[in-house]
Design a protein around this ligand. Sequence first.
Ligand code: KG4
Ligand code: ZN
Length: 332
Amino acid sequence: MKFLALETSCDETAAAVFTDDLRILSSVVASQNELHVRFGGVVPEIASRAHLRNLLPVVDEALARANLKLSDIGCLVVHNTPGLVGALLVGVTAAKSLAFALGVPLIAVNHVASHIYACRMAAERDIFPCVGLVVSGGHTALFRCDTPLSLELLGTTRDDAAGEAFDKVAAILGLGFPGGPALEREARSGDPKAFAFPRSFLDSPTLEFSFSGLKTAVLYACHGQGVSKGIAPPADQKRADLAASFQEAVVDVLAGKCRQALQQTGLKRLAVGGGVSANLRLREKLRALDAEVFIPPLDLCTDNAAMAALAVEKWKVGDFAPPELDAHPNFL
Ligand code: KG4
Ligand code: ZN
């Protein structure tokens, strides 16, 4: 049984083919980075139009790499929530049309749940029950995951997502977009103890996050209070120190909240997903926790369609999407 999955929730157009025994036959991702870079962030309308242009070529490529034809596909899969609604709608409409044309069922999966399932795909064995941490440009949330399909929200961010904070601080430091990888590179030559940035809620039992105060603290440490935009980035060593100290603060909070979530739930496994889990310092700190830690390789961390193999779990229980399936921008 072959599944074709589509992902268009933000600024990556992706398609993947996998089997009911969870083998990934192909996974293709077309990045839109060069379209958004001059705006310093993802522009939703540009993202939707790029998905329209890119989706069918990406599907063709995924089928070609899997050495299959469209008629070999037995089930369509799509991420229909959460994300940019116009972007999601491109994938949802394409998946519905293809399923209807082929006369095969359609399965809708949650993008955030798929980020956690990416750990299951990489581990090639069961990882549930576990605590799930999803850290991306749009989300920072902890879940209790008793099964792949039952996610209980333990805590989320009250303001910026961790990846959003990386992107905004990278912009303050003049490091470009997307900021996460650039900031991590800059941090390598900096001192993580140079600036004592705040670690919100770290000493409280709550499993919520907040990163906007940290972002403002970096802005003030960089330029002094009372300034916001249009200021030249700081000199080299100060910039590296700011980057390293900021990264250390984010990583301390993420690792600290994971430790608390593991203690509070009594669970012994931690599954981590989303673009920020590409960060090597975060990986290092999470791996030091007293738990079995699952973090997928880079191509399964950032947005992709192979992680939508979560659909196989739904297929096993006959949980198919109706023809009137819609896209939902909000979480869960
Ligand atoms: O999961 P993802 O590809 O897309 C969303 O669903 O948001 O995550 C993208 C986010 C961006 O904010 C990007 O700056 C961040 O992940 N990111 C990183 C790193 N690589 C990507 N943040 C920190 N360190 C990295 N190495
Ligand atoms: Zn994502």
